[in-house]
Design a protein around this ligand. Sequence first.
Ligand SMILES: NC(=O)C1=CN([C@@H]2O[C@H](COP(=O)(O)OP(=O)(O)OC[C@H]3O[C@@H](n4cnc5c(N)ncnc54)[C@H](OP(=O)(O)O)[C@@H]3O)[C@@H](O)[C@H]2O)C=CC1
Ligand SMILES: CC(=O)[C@@H](O)[C@H](O)COP(=O)(O)O
Ligand SMILES: [Mn+2]
Length: 395
Amino acid sequence: MRSLLLLGSTGSIGTQCLDLVRGARDRFVVVGLSSGRGGDALAAQVREFAPRFVAVRDPEGAAAVRAALPPTATLFVGEDANLELIAAAEFDLAVHGIVGSAGVASTQAVLERGRSVALANKESMVVAGELLMELARSKGVTIIPVDSEHSALFQCLGDVPIDRVRRLILTASGGPLWERSKDEIERVTVDEALAHPNWDMGPRITIGSATLLNKALEIVEAHHLFGIDPERIEVAVHRQSIVHSMVEFVDGSVLAQMGPPDMRGPIHYALNWPGRSPADLVGFDLDLFAKLTFEAPDTDRFPALALGWRALELGGDAPCALNAADEVAVAAFLDGSIPFTRIARVNAEVVNAFGSAADDVETLMLRDREARAAARRALERLGAPSTARPGAESR
Ligand SMILES: NC(=O)C1=CN([C@@H]2O[C@H](COP(=O)(O)OP(=O)(O)OC[C@H]3O[C@@H](n4cnc5c(N)ncnc54)[C@H](OP(=O)(O)O)[C@@H]3O)[C@@H](O)[C@H]2O)C=CC1
Ligand SMILES: CC(=O)[C@@H](O)[C@H](O)COP(=O)(O)O
Ligand SMILES: [Mn+2]
C-alpha cells in the first residue's frame, strides 16, 4: 500500500489523481489533502477519502471542511497549512497539484522530509529548479514529473545520460489561438482564450497555452529536470497533443511517448513509478492517431514562447520573475482589466529587469514578490485599472 499526500486536491490535477486512487483503493491510501479555498469541494473529498490530515489556506473555507473531518483527523488552516501538513503526515509520495509559485515551499518541504514528489507544479522547477534538484539529489529522492511533456521525456530517457541526447523536442498544442491572425489575437476574449482544444485544465495554465508562455515555462522546467542546455531544447507545434514530447539521441534515433490527451496517464505513471501497473486508459487508437502533424513555432504571433530561453539566458532570478509576472498578468486578463496581448508584453518587460543571482528559496520568493510588484506597476503604466488584489493570482 502506498500512502499519498495530495496537495491541491480540488483542482484539475488533484481531482484526476483522486479518480485514479478511487479505482485502486487496494494500492493507494490518501493520508493528506489540501486546497486553497477549502469549502464544499474539499469537504466532499474529505468525506470520501477520510484522510488523517487536511490543510486549507483560507480560514473562511475551513468550517465546511471541519464539519467533514473524521474524528481523529487534524485540520491545519492558514498560509503555512501545507507546510504543517507535510511536517505532520507519514507518507510515501506527495502528489503536487497546487498552482503557482505558492507551491514552491511545499516542494521544498517534501524533499526536505526525504520523500519523492510527483510534481505537476511546474512553477517549482521554474522558480527554484536548480536548488530543488540539488536538494532531491542530496536526500536521495526523486522528482517525478507529471507535466505531460516532462513525463514523456522522463519515460523516453530512462537511464540514458543526458550527454547521449542531441535534443529534447517539447510538443506544444498551439492552444486555442493558433489559427488566428495577429490582429485577431489583439481582440481575443477571455472565453476564447480559455477554450483549449485538447486539455481541460485550470485557468492559469490554460491561458499559458493560449499565449504559449506555458511552453516557455516548460523549457525552463526541462532544463532543470534533465540538466540539459537551453540550446538543446526545441519546441514543435503538434495540434493533436498525442505525441507528448520527443528525445533525439546522439545517433539520430528519436523516441516519442504517445497517448490521447489525458492527464491521468502521466499521473498514473508517477503514482506507480518506478514500475508500471495496469490502467483503464486508452492507448493506441487508429482514428485518433491517424494524422499527426508538426509545425514550427511562431514567436511573432506568440512572443511569450521566446521568454523561456530568454529567462534562462538572463539566469538567476529571471525565470522566477517571468513566472510571477505571468501570474499577475493572467489574473488581470481573466478579470477583464487588460487585453490578451498585454500579458506577453508585461512578461517581457519584467523578465528583462531581472537576472540577479539568488542562492536560496527564501531569496527567490522575495524576488517573486518584487516581480509581482513590477508587473503591477507595468500594468498600471500601460493603462490597466489595478483591480487584481496583490497575492490573489492563481487562486
Ligand atoms: N491541469 C493540467 O492538466 C495540468 C496542470 N499542470 C500544472 O499543475 C498545477 C495545477 O494545475 P491545475 O490543476 O490545472 O490548477 P487548478 O487551478 O485546477 O487547481 C489548483 C489547485 O491548487 C489549489 N491551491 C491553490 N493555492 C493553494 C495553496 N496555497 N495551498 C493549497 N492548495 C492551493 C487549489 O485550491 P482551490 O481550488 O481551493 O483554490 C486547487 O486545488 C499547475 O502548476 C499547472 O501548471 C501541468 C500539466 C497539466
Ligand atoms: C497537459 C499539459 O501538460 C499542459 O501543460 C499542456 O502541455 C498544455 O498544452 P499546450 O501544449 O497547449 O501548452
Ligand atoms: Mn505541459
